[in-house]
Design a protein around this ligand. Structure first.
Ligand code: HEM
Length: 406
């Protein structure tokens, strides 16, 4: 007789070290579990998580307490229905198509090059010296702000992300987050007035002037959206860059294939999003009682959708724990659109607005790093582990840039 394993605790040290064995137990034995520590219902199977993202009964009202205090205003993730559609239409064009290709891709290439050119030694920590810098520098440049303020934004970003992740309610972290929000608002307000009076070609001017069905963004909406960009577009993409590079270096034969054929970079990113998603969990709050995986979640309860678990569901993917950029059950062509066959960018109406921007940043980073360093390797020969529960990636990625034997 096989015994049923104990229900995993997603706040345990063991889970933080490696959540994937716990995800398997959840999928196989506890597809709907009330978790005491977070006071929420856990969903782990692909079909259930997909349903929670697609069906409007699973509202995103949880962001009222999760995000609004951090950003000092209401932002896209917490909106619904028509209001969400109109607000999303105000910002979405800047993150796709010609706008992205012609206006913003050159900014990404320039910033990646500058960071790589600043590598002084034969060894770098790619997380500290590149991954946490690039997405923020790109956002500052997209907004048309002073490039001399890259470091300031990096500090604000660190404080805002710390505030959102402050599950233990550390007062020092909460104060730093609030202070950063006030400083960011004070910094942006005069610039917003200038751009309203004399709009330029930058994203901030576009946010100031965009209008959909008579709706425009006021100063507070714009400040809150910029703050959202720092967290939603910063921490996620910085982890993604480090994860793709780590996963490729950990699989030398796949790295060799990518070096030989750079059209495989999007597949390497798509498989990284499935295998080791930077955002591991997202919440929802059902408006009515809902039945899922044989149980009931009461109206108003918090549901934790385990993206990291859903993306390794054996009912969906062959050998789900293997990193395989050539797998046939993931299609890189759709991996960055709402038709994606993974859940790393969410699905449905809140599908990540920055998915194509993230793709451009990751592709540029991987290509430039591979071009600059033909012998790129882990500094001490082993792949570093990931850390983090809500978002997850290597805390450090020490790389040896050049082979000293050559
Ligand atoms: C690999 C990098 C990224 C990952 C893994 C990621 C992940 C996600 C996920 C899971 C959601 C859905 C949230 C939900 O349904 O509640 C989301 C939404 C969002 N993302 Fe991303 N994201 C990434 C990059 C970016 C970038 C670069 C930006 C912009 C600069 C961005 C901006 C947003 C925004 C504004 C939303 C809210 C969309 C809405 O509510 O309609 N993200 N992202």
């Amino acid at each position: 007789m096989t015994s049923i394993p104990q229900a995993p605790d997603i706040l345990s040290a063991q889970f933080a070290t490696d959540p994937y064995p716990a995800y398997r137990v959840l999928r196989e034995h506890y597809p709907l579990l009330h978790h005491e520590g977070t006071g929420s219902y856990l969903l782990s199977r692909y079909d259930d998580v997909e349903r929670a993202f697609r069906e409007p009964v699973f509202t995103s009202d949880n962001y009222i307490w999760q995000l609004e205090p951090a950003h000092g205003g209401r932002t896209l993730p917490q909106l619904s229905g028509r209001e969400h559609a109109v607000r999303r239409a105000l910002v979405a064009p800047a993150f796709r198509g010609r706008e992205l290709r012609e206006t913003f891709l050159p900014l990404i290439e320039r910033n990646a090059r500058e960071l790589i050119d600043a590598f002084r030694d034969d060894e770098v920590d790619l997380v500290a010296q590149f991954a946490t810098r690039l997405p923020i520098n790109v956002i500052v440049d997209m907004l048309g702000l002073d490039r001399a303020d890259h470091d300031r934004f990096h500090d604000w970003y660190t404080a805002v992300v710390g505030f959102i992740a402050n599950l233990a309610q550390d007062p020092a972290i909460a104060d730093a987050g609030r202070r950063a929000g006030e400083e960011l608002a004070a910094y942006l307000h005069p610039i917003i007035q200038e751009r309203r009076a004399a709009p330029g070609d930058d994203l901030l001017s576009r946010l100031c002037t965009a209008e959909v069905e008579g709706v425009r963004m006021n100063d507070q909406d714009i400040t809150a959206f910029v703050s959202l960009l720092l967290s939603a577009g910063g921490e996620t993409t910085d982890k993604a860059i480090a994860l793709v590079v780590r996963n490729l270096l950990a699989h030398p034969e796949q790295l060799a294939a990518v070096r030989a054929d750079r059209s495989l970079v999007p597949a390497a990113f798509a498989e990284t999003l499935r295998h080791t998603p930077p955002v591991q969990m997202i919440m929802r709050q059902p408006a009515e009682d809902v039945t899922v995986s044989g149980g009931t979640v009461p109206a108003g309860a918090t549901v934790t959708c385990l993206i990291g678990a859903a993306n390794r569901d054996a009912d969906r993917y062959a050998h789900p724990d293997a990193f395989d950029l050539l797998r046939s059950d993931l299609t890189p062509d759709t991996a960055f659109s709402a038709a994606a066959r993974h859940i790393a960018f969410g699905l449905g109406r809140h599908f990540c607005v920055g998915a194509l921007l993230a793709k451009a940043e990751v592709e540029t980073s991987v290509n430039q790093l591979l071009d600059a360093f033909p012998d790129l390797a882990f500094a001490d020969g082993v792949a570093p582990p990931d850390a983090g529960v809500f978002t997850r990636g290597p805390r450090q990625l020490r790389l040896r840039l050049r082979d000293r034997e050559r």
